[in-house]
Every structure is written in C-alpha cells, then in structure tokens.
Design a protein. Structure first.
Length: 310
C-alpha cells in the first residue's frame, strides 16, 4: 500500500525500492493527507528530516497533480461562469453559490438529526476545523497588495483577533471536548471518509501551490459565502439536542463573522485579485466551484452513511 510506504518513510524507516502504486483512491488520499500533514503540525511518528526527503516530495507532487486533474475534470462541465471578466468576479461567485443545490447537512441537523449523527458529523469536520484557516495562511505572501490586506484582515478574525480563546480552531476543540469527543489535533483522521480527506487535500493543494493562489481564495470565498446561514441552523440543531454550550458557541461565532467574511472574500480578496491579476479569474471560479462540489460530495456521503434519503 502506498500509504503504508509513505508513513514508514515519514517515520524514517529505510524503505526498499520506489513508492508502490496506490491501492485505490482511499489509499492515495491517506498518503497525500499524511504528506501534507508534515507541513502543518506534523504528527508523532513523523521525523523532522522527512521535510527534506526528495523521494517523498516526488510522491506528493504526483498525487497533487492527479488530484488537481480530477478536480479540474469536474469543473470542466460547468458553464455557469463562461465569459466572466475581472469586474464580474464577485457576481459570478454569487451566481455559483446561488446555483448550488447540494444536499444541506445544516437543514438536517436543525430539524431531524439525532445525537449520533451530529457526533459523526463533528468527528468528520474536526479534520479541517482543528486547523481552520491554516491552509489559507500559505496564500498570503503570494497575493498583490489589496487582496493581501483583505485576506489578513479575515485571517486575523479566524486566528482570534489576538485572543487565543477566540481562535476558531481552538473554539472548535473546546466544543469537541464539551460534547465528549477528543479535542486533540487529528484525533479522528482514521475515521475520516474519503470525501473528508479529499476536501482537506484539495485545500492544502490550493494553499501550497502559488500557481493555484486564485483557486485558494475562490475556495475561501465560496466557503465563507455558504457559512453564515448554515451556522445558524447548526446552532438551532445543537440547541434542539441539548448540545448547546461551547460547540454551539463555535457555530454562533460564525453566524456574525462569516456574514462579514463573505463580503471581504468575494469583493476585497477575489474581486481585487481579479482586477490586479486578470489571468486569475478562471482559477478563482474553479476554486469556488470545487469548494461547493466537495461539500456536496461530502454531504451526500454523510446522508448515505446514515441511510437518509435526500
Ligand atoms: Fe472560522
Ligand atoms: Fe470565516
């Protein structure tokens, strides 16, 4: 298995021969997730020397390119954004979001989900929320002046505006703890659905490659534009199940914050990037589409794992 080969090599175990072919999409997703993870907080078994392992870099590059190709082939079918010019980017983002009819996990949580389903959703979400905003932090040095200033304004909120107790990833960790789940970084990676890993791997891919800076901020815009209202529904669902407290606080924070962030992301980040670097328009829209598409695939997978018809 490729993921076993990668994990062994990350741990510094001398491995024999070249990387084996992946044993299917799940194996590939776990391998890429692990290769990315050493660029974030790392994990216990991974050696610091792994950062300089060119063999691992080559595998990462190959897996990232395959992922980008898959994501682009899904985007190729979308004609919602044909002939968009730089000035039309904020409106095109709104049109993409408006045309998104993916199944709504927030609606389900608000009205119907039971406690077990919410706990499962939180475990899956923890893979991203415990490093919330980190993949986007890589994009900062790659942006022109106006987009850079706006992104840092948004990220300042995500990182708690100077107060560690307001840092979004930390709010989520405290929420996990309050509902009886494990708050440690990466605790539920082994339970992650392939769709969860793909969603996280795409975010890292967009953050890591300068060429994809437009996709990174386009993804951010779609994410922020579909967060405020669903967050309110999640608060209502948590209240309904008697799970109010720190987890509801995390989502409550996003009702207000993301109503502001969606404007910042669509206009001040994506809009100005498109004006300053018109060749990024397509990447911005590709990133936004991909965010919505990955979320829809994740929601579909959750509903089917629960046996809930949509
Ligand atoms: Fe946040
Ligand atoms: Fe936000």
């Amino acid at each position: 298995m490729l993921s076993e080969w990668v994990l062994g090599r990350l741990a510094g175990t001398p491995s024999v021969g070249d990387a084996p072919a992946a044993d299917g999409p799940d194996d590939e997703a776990i391998a890429l997730w692990a290769l990315h993870e050493v660029l974030y907080r790392g994990f216990e078994d991974a050696s610091d020397d792994a950062e300089g392992d060119v063999g691992l870099f080559a595998v990462r590059h190959r897996l990232e390119s395959g992922l980008e190709e898959r994501l682009r082939s899904r985007w190729a079918g979308s004609d919602a954004t044909a002939d968009v010019g730089p000035a039309g980017v904020p409106a095109a983002l709104e049109a993409l979001v408006a045309a998104d009819h993916g199944p709504s996990l927030a609606d389900h949580v608000r009205r119907h989900a039971d406690r077990d389903q919410v706990m499962e959703l939180l475990r899956q979400r923890s893979v991203y929320h415990l490093k919330e905003a980190d993949p986007t932090a890589w994009v900062v040095p790659r942006l022109p002046v106006r987009a850079k200033a706006a992104l840092v304004e948004l990220q300042f909120d995500e990182y708690g505006a100077g107060d560690p107790n307001r840092l979004h990833a930390h709010l989520f960790a405290r929420g996990l703890e309050a509902v009886g789940l494990r708050p440690e970084y990466g605790a539920y990676v082994d339970d992650a659905l392939p769709e969860t890993l793909e969603l996280n791997n795409a975010l890292s891919l967009f953050g890591l490659r300068r060429r994809l800076r437009g996709a990174a901020v386009g993804h951010l815009a779609a994410f922020e534009m579909t967060s405020s209202l669903p967050s309110r529904k999640l608060v209502q669902g948590l209240d309904r199940l008697g799970m109010d407290g720190p987890m509801a606080t995390y989502y409550d924070e996003h009702v207000e914050a993301d109503a502001v962030h969606e404007q910042l992301a669509a206009h001040d980040i994506c809009g100005t990037l498109a004006e300053d670097e018109p060749d990024q328009v397509d990447a911005i829209l590709f990133g936004a589409f991909t965010c919505l598409d990955l979320e829809a695939r994740f929601a579909t997978a959750m509903f089917s794992s629960w046996g809930v018809a949509r």
